[in-house]
Design a protein around this ligand. Structure first.
Ligand code: MLT
Length: 407
């Protein structure tokens, strides 16, 4: 008899964004002509940069000839992309990261979900609340989260509430933890930490042998000074942090799929007897066993985002969504909402009307305004009473949505 991993029975039956997609489909079936505007999942609406498409066409063409055809590539990513990442994302910013500390992947969702493979099931995990649901769900699947309570919170997770009262800056855990997920610029609240605020976490991690799992998927949307693009801007962070990056939101790769994870060589985990072990080696071993690398064609597309014309095209995409975020911020403020985020991130976090829960307000916006948002409660208990607006739509739809809300 094949027994299942019963942890799967404890997690919500559907993933947050699948549940939202289901509700949209139901609404569309009941109202086939409804002019639905999607501001829910952070999926981009603009096409890929030309530089990336050209690179993919060229790379695809290479597959016609035996001399240029590529079979299995390096599990860690091709040297051409790892080198481009190191030079453009780190060296140029004064951060010393080496090529063999970069692991190219099919995106930050997979990596933030899979990273748990290299950590013991008994580690205590702290998660900012609200947070990207992948962190909670994958720890629950692994059996690291304990049991879900009636409020949906897990018995073994430590929740670091981020709310208007603490200005969305998580307080350090008051109990012992081993792993902490931080995502900045934050999904879902769109808020950020300053360098000083992030340095507090690095110090804490150093003092307590804690590993920080830093999701920087939205770093390219930072507009303000003093907001770190990488945790490695903070001194000492290479001793305590793994960083996750993505080409999805930066360069429109949500469907193309490419990201990378940085695991510094000096970063150590510990055996039960306290022996240090390099996490870089463990992640490398994990990737070599379970992953055969991102496709060559996609890696060429990612490399092209660092070419001179690629950089300009990527910046144009980011500017476009940043302007959408501004339109959303201004529109929501005009309509009387209390809002957060949206300045250094493509998400605006809005308070639902008093007395209305997140899902209730989500349903109201869908049914009455034909606007899809993401209910804050789907990101954790502290998200209750909020909805998230994504700035990744078209300009026309973004403006139209704000008009509908003004009414
Ligand atoms: C989101 O909407 O939170 C993201 O698009 C989800 C993801 O990147 O997987």
């Amino acid at each position: 008899m094949a027994q299942i991993n019963e942890n799967f029975l404890k997690i919500p039956a559907t993933y947050l964004f699948s549940e939202i997609a289901k509700r949209i489909t139901q609404h569309k079936e009941a109202n086939p002509t409804a002019p639905i505007i999607r501001m829910g999942i952070g999926d981009v609406s603009l096409p890929l940069p030309d530089a990336s498409v050209d690179a993919m066409i060229k790379a695809a063409d290479e597959q016609r000839n035996a001399e240029t055809f590529r079979g299995y590539g390096p599990e860690q990513g091709y040297a051409f992309l790892r080198e481009a990442i190191v030079i453009n994302d780190f060296t140029s910013k004064g951060i010393n990261i080496e090529e063999d500390e970069i692991f190219v992947s099919d995106g930050a969702k997979s990596d933030t979900g899979n990273i748990g493979d290299i950590f013991d099931v008994n580690n205590r995990v702290a998660i900012t609340d609200p947070s990207y649901p992948v962190y909670v769900d994958t720890n629950a699947m692994a059996g690291r989260a304990g049991e879900p309570s009636v409020t949906g919170e897990w018995t073994n997770l430590v929740y670091l509430s981020c709310n208007a009262d603490n200005n969305f800056v998580p307080a350090l855990p008051t109990e012992k933890v081993d792993l902490v997920y931080l995502c900045y610029p934050n999904n879902p609240t769109g808020t950020t930490l300053t360098k000083e605020q992030l340095a507090v976490w690095v110090e804490y991690a150093k003092a307590n042998k804690v590993i920080l799992l830093f999701d920087a998927a939205y770093e390219s949307f930072i507009t303000e000074e003093n907001v770190p693009h990488s945790i490695y801007e903070i001194e000492g962070a290479k001793e305590v942090a793994i960083e996750f990056r993505s080409f999805s939101k930066t360069a429109g790769f949500t469907g193309t799929r490419c990201g990378y994870t940085v695991v510094p060589k000096q970063l150590m985990g510990y055996t039960k007897s306290g022996e240090p072990v390099a996490l870089n080696k463990l992640w490398n071993r994990r990737q070599c066993t379970k992953f055969n690398g991102t496709s060559y064609i996609v890696q060429r597309a990612a490399e092209a985002t660092y070419s001179p014309e690629g950089k300009l095209q990527v910046q144009a995409l980011i500017n476009f969504y940043t302007e959408n975020a501004k339109i959303i911020r201004e529109g929501l403020l005009k309509a009387g909402y209390t809002i957060f985020g949206g300045v250094n991130a493509p998400y605006v976090w809005a308070k639902a009307p008093v007395g209305m829960g997140s899902w209730e307000y989500f349903d109201y916006l869908l049914k009455e305004k034909n606007i899809v948002t993401t209910p804050g409660a789907g990101f954790g208990a502290s998200g209750e009473g909020y909805v998230r607006f994504s700035a990744f739509g078209s300009r026309e739809n973004t403006i139209e949505a704000m008009k509908r809300l003004e009414k």
